[in-house]
Design a protein around this ligand. Structure first.
Ligand SMILES: [Zn+2]
Length: 130
């Protein structure tokens, strides 16, 4: 193997672990958000850019929903974990992508929100059948 090979791009799992580590250090953040980040975010390095993507369920087909990855931010590839975390938190706070259910207080992708409550609360508290 040629040791002059350029290093491969960092893999998304490694970056996710780095982001997770930073979030865990910040005690004011609740664990729910880091679970959301694990589940609904990924990063991809393309050339000199790091693209942050989030996935959203799409309901235009039959159940189960298809998860669609959507580009939500673009950062320089050498961004620090703090900068990546900030970009992700901006998306989490953006109500085009994530909303907090007023009944269970969980933040979740907009695709899981119905009118006034999330699907889980719809099933549990309002007898909505999926
Ligand atoms: Zn809810």
């Amino acid at each position: 193997m040629n040791t002059n090979d350029p290093p491969r791009n960092p893999r998304p799992q490694i970056l996710a672990a780095a982001i997770h580590g930073i979030l865990n250090q910040a005690s004011q953040h609740d664990d729910a958000d880091s679970d959301l980040i694990d589940e609904y975010f990924r990063t991809e390095t393309i050339g000199k850019k790091m693209v942050v993507q989030t996935c959203q369920p799409q309901w235009d087909g039959p159940y189960p929903a298809e998860m669609k990855w959507k580009k939500v931010a673009s950062l320089p590839a050498n961004s620090t974990p703090q900068e990546i975390k900030q970009a992700i938190r901006d998306v989490l706070m953006d109500n085009r992508y994530f909303r907090v259910c007023p009944e269970c207080r969980e933040r979740m992708p907009v695709g899981y929100m119905m009118e006034g409550y999330c699907q889980a609360c719809g099933a549990k508290n309002h007898g909505v059948v999926f």
